[in-house]
Design a protein around this ligand. Sequence first.
Ligand code: NAD
Ligand code: FES
Length: 277
Amino acid sequence: EWGENLFKVLERKELAPTEYEILVDAPRIAKKAQPGQFVILRIDEQGERIPLTVVDTDKEAGWVRLIFQVIGKSTAQLATVMAGEALMDIVGPLGKATDIENYGTVLLVGGGVGIAALFPIVKGLKEAGNHVITILGAKNAELLILQDECAEYSDELILMTDDGSVGQKGLVTQAMEEVFQREEISMAWAIGPSIMMKFCTLTAQKYDVPIYVSLNPIMIDGTGMCGGCRVTVADSIKFACVDGPEFLGEEVDWDEFVNRMQQYRPEEMMANDRYEK
Ligand code: NAD
Ligand code: FES
C-alpha cells in the first residue's frame, strides 16, 4: 500500500550525537503496529527506502515514534526533516510481531541504537506480566538512549558502557553472565550491532536459554520480493522482512550475516560522502 501521501512530522528531537527521534502522524499504522514490527519510509520521490522499527505508538493521537542513527546518505537527509514538514511515504506495519506472552522471567539486552528496537518488546513483555530484567549497553553515557523509558517497564535495569561513564564498565555479555548465574531465565532477546547479537547468542547458549535476535540487513521492498534482506536461518533461506525480523539466535548463520553487513559499509560511506559535498 504505497502512496498514502504526506505523513507529517509532529516532533523531532536529537537524542544523542547522530541519533534522532521523530513522531510521525500515521494513524492507520499507529492502530495496527505490534512490538517487533517496522515501517519503511521514503522522504521524497527520489529517496531510498529506509526501514525503521516502530519504537512506540499512540493509537488515539495517531502517531508513531521512530528513532534512527545517521549512518548514510538517506539517514543524513532524514535528519534534516524538521517538525511541521512531511515525509512522502510510510508503509507498514511490516514483519512479524514479537511473540508476547507471559514466560516468567525474561532477559532483554539492547546495544547502542538497537535499544530503540528493544524498547517496545520490553514494554510489551512487562504489560503481559513478565518479570523483566533489562541490560542496556552503549559506548558512553551520552549514547545511552531510552534509559528512563526502559526503567519504567523493567523490574531490574542494568547499564553497561564501554568507558564506564554510566553504570558498569564492560560489555552487555558480561552483565548477561552475571544474570544467568543468579536467575532462572525462560526467554531472552538481544538487539544491537550484529557482532553483539552473535556474542549474546553464544552467552545464552552456554546457559541453555533460548534467545531471539532482530536482524536488520539491507531492505528494499519489504515484501519478500527483492531478496535484498536474505539471511540463512536453520540452514534455509529466509527473508528478514517477512519471515523476521526476529529469529532464534542459535539458528542464525552468523558468519554469513556479519560478513554481509560489513560488505555494505564502504558503499554506504561513499554515498554519504557525496551527499555531504
Ligand atoms: P555500539 O557499537 O556502541 O555497541 C553497543 C553495545 O553492544 C556495546 O556497548 C557493547 O555492550 C555491545 N557490544 C558491542 N560489541 C560487542 C561484542 N563483541 N561482544 C559483546 N557485546 C558487544 O552500538 P551502535 O554504534 O549504536 O551500533 C550501531 C549498529 O547497530 C549498527 O551497525 C546498526 O546496524 C545496528 N542496529 C541493529 C538493529 C537491529 O535491529 N538489530 C537496530 C538498530 C541498529
Ligand atoms: Fe526485499 Fe525483504 S526487503 S525481500
